[in-house]
Design a protein around this ligand. Structure first.
Ligand SMILES: C[S@@+](CC[C@H](N)C(=O)[O-])C[C@H]1O[C@@H](n2cnc3c(N)ncnc32)[C@H](O)[C@@H]1O
Length: 229
C-alpha cells in the first residue's frame, strides 16, 4: 500500500478530490478485489497503532467489545474492516461526504461478507441536520487534517476546525472516547482544537521521534479524548 500522508496542497480539502480518488479506487477494486485502496499514514503504522490502542484499553470507559464505533471521514473503510477482525464486534459505522467513498466501502463490505456488521453512510458531518445518534467510540484518521485544508466556513464565518469538537461531542456518549490521528497538527494543537468543558485529553499513542537541529518531534500524533459529561 502507498502512503498518502503528504498534506501540502489544499486540493485535499475539496470534495471533488475525494470523489475522484474513490471513484478510481472503486474501479480498481472492481478489476482486482485484492486492491482495496490507499491506507493513510501506513508509513507510521498508525492504523494498527489505533487498533492496538483500542484493544489494549478494553474495559476503560466505554471501550468494550460490543462498543458502537463511528469512523468520521472513513474513506475506503479500512480502519473499520481491520477493527472488525479484532475483539470489536459491536456496530461499526463509517461516515464520509463522498458518495464514491460510501460506494467503495460498501462494495468491500459486501464482497467480504461483513455488511451486517459494518455500514457506511454518506453525510457532511458539518451539516447541522446530520444526526446519526450517539456512539461509544468516535475515530478520526486524517479527517481533521483534510478538513483543515478545506477553508470551509459555517454560516459564512466560523472556521470548520473550530466547530469540529462540537460535532464530535454531539455524537459521543458520556464516558465515550474520541481517538484522533493527525499529521497536520501537533499534540498540543490537537488538544487546543478538541478540548472543551466536556472533552478532555486522556492518553496519547507513542510514535518514534525525530531529532533535527536540536528540536525533537514526531511526524504524526494520535490522542484519545474522553467525554466527561
Ligand atoms: C485524509 S482522508 C482519510 C480517509 C480515512 N480516514 C483513512 O484513514 O484512510 C479524509 C477523509 O475525510 C472525508 N471528509 C472530508 N471532509 C468531510 C466532511 N465534511 N464530512 C464527511 N467526510 C469528510 C474525505 O472524503 C476523506 O475520505
Amino acid at each position: 500500500m502507498q502512503d498518502t500522508a503528504d498534506l501540502s496542497t489544499s486540493k485535499l480539502g475539496t470534495k471533488k478530490y475525494w470523489d475522484e480518488l474513490y471513484a478510481l479506487e472503486l474501479e480498481n477494486f472492481r478489476r482486482n478485489p485484492q486492491d482495496t485502496g490507499d491506507c493513510w499514514f501506513s508509513d507510521s503504522d498508525a492504523e494498527q497503532k489505533m487498533i492496538d490502542f483500542l484493544v489494549d484499553n478494553i474495559g476503560a470507559y466505554r471501550i468494550t467489545e460490543d462498543a458502537s464505533v463511528v469512523d468520521l471521514g472513513t474513506g475506503n473503510g479500512h480502519l473499520l474492516f481491520e477493527l472488525h477482525e479484532t475483539e470489536f464486534q459491536g456496530k461499526l459505522v463509517g461516515i464520509d461526504y463522498s458518495e464514491e467513498s460510501v460506494k467503495l466501502a460498501t462494495n468491500i463490505a459486501e464482497a467480504t461478507g461483513v455488511e451486517d456488521f459494518i455500514s457506511f453512510q454518506q453525510a457532511d458531518i458539518f451539516n447541522s441536520g446530520w444526526n446519526p445518534g450517539k456512539f461509544d467510540v468516535v475515530l478520526d484518521k486524517g479527517t481533521l487534517d483534510a478538513i483543515s485544508l478545506s477553508g470551509m466556513k459555517i454560516n459564512g464565518k466560523l472556521d470548520v476546525v473550530d466547530v469540529y469538537a462540537e460535532v464530535v461531542e454531539k455524537i459521543l456518549r458520556k464516558d465515550g472516547i474520541f481517538l484522533i490521528t493527525s499529521c497536520n497538527f501537533t499534540q498540543d494543537e490537537l488538544i487546543e482544537i478538541m478540548q472543551t468543558e466536556k472533552l478532555k485529553p486522556w492518553k496519547a499513542i507513542k510514535y518514534p521521534v525525530f531529532q533535527f537541529g536540536g528540536v525533537q518531534g514526531a511526524t504524526i500524533c494520535s490522542i484519545a479524548f474522553v467525554k466527561q459529561d
